[in-house]
Design a protein around this ligand. Sequence first.
Ligand code: BG6
Length: 463
Amino acid sequence: MSVFPKGFLWGGAIAANQAEGAWNVDGKGPSISDVVRGGIVSGHHDATIDPNKYYASHEAVDFYHHYKEDVALFAEMGFTCFRTSIAWTRIFPRGDETTPNEAGLKFYDDLFDELLKYGIEPVITLSHYETPLALYQEYGGWKNRKLVDFFTRYCDVVFRRYRNKVKYWMTFNELNNMNRMPFATGAVDAGSTPQELYQAAHHQFVANALANKLCHEIIPQAQIGCMLSLSTVYPATCNPDDIFSTMQLRRRSLFYSDVMMRGEYPAWTPRLFREQNIELAIADGDLELIASHPSDYLGFSYYRSVLHQADGEFRIDTGGTVGQDNPYLEKTAWGWPIDAKGFRIVCNELADRYRKPLFIVENGYGGVDEVDENGVINDTARIDYGRQHIREMAEAVADGCNIMGYTWWGPIDIVSAGTGEMKKRYGFIYVDKDNDGKGTLKRSKKRSFDWYKQVIASNGENL
Ligand code: BG6
């Protein structure tokens, strides 16, 4: 019998800016992702859009116009949930308006209806690297407390509009990447000081608490979580200095979920703030608000593990290629170590730490796909990755971890957030498009399509 409970949510996850395209259609305004070339993680962005340059998000895989065909394929795989984000700038094109854009609201009505038609629960991220560009350029991004009000207004509108359609929500995607990629997560400049970064994070914690409060008031049957990047880190040696430094690094990454899940700043933060000359502006009532409205569950991404040593780079989150090689692990073509056991470790770590449900909202394999002479894509490495990770997730459930669901990252090929490439593919569904934006956008099934279908049909037993 399957170790996964009945009703376990199986599906896939994408983000609006990496899939939808239609960046300026039906009243949508530009978001920070729309001025990025070469991947939002690198932080390279233009001040304005240059019509002679290529911006991957502008068309992406045109999910905006292909969603019916794509959702039908997800349904064929047996998805019971599907994670995507609402592009904030479809609803409020600049972010500071008081009246929402009806055409943008209508698009998500149609998308959610299409999902529900097949019994697929929408799982919705409110902000996935999609802060409105105007809020960054004219207000300075999340450093400015005014964004709390703008975000809350946006949440209020979408909670009311989709109250009968969406039961699973998440506030900010991977907030703990703030230090490595401030532009992406907080629309704060790359050269921002620790003071500015932690102030922006504080504003997002307040906004997170207000969103949780509103969501519970407007949609009592809903659950709203926070979302972090929690790929893990190991000490490179058994030297206690490396072990302590690794603990510090992990703590700094878990800081964000500690505040949002437990509702308070961890005990070690006063020392950090003192040593880094950080003085947070905390308004009256902020800490009570954060304490009163913690997240219902922790959504997180897991892709890999990395090694850390005391005299190495202290990058706070564990994304990208960093640290020395782990001799026990193979790597993907993009240098990401493949570590399925690490996934079980993280699930147990987080289940112990928070004692609340976990939702694995990103896990997947980004690789190069070759179409053979018969038009077949034999993506065995992707299947192996999925098999190993789901097996370890099953072990974690058997260990007692309360896991609500699993959404494979990029069930259909989309633009890479890290590099802006199409060549780095995660999908079970291939999209004919290359790094320069050329291709027919035709969808076709890879071999992994049937594999994932069988995984879902057997509730994770038949791997
Ligand atoms: C996560 C992000 O960090 O990793 C996604 O939430 C992203 O937006 C995913 O796409 C995979 O990273 P990449 O760089 O391979 O697209």
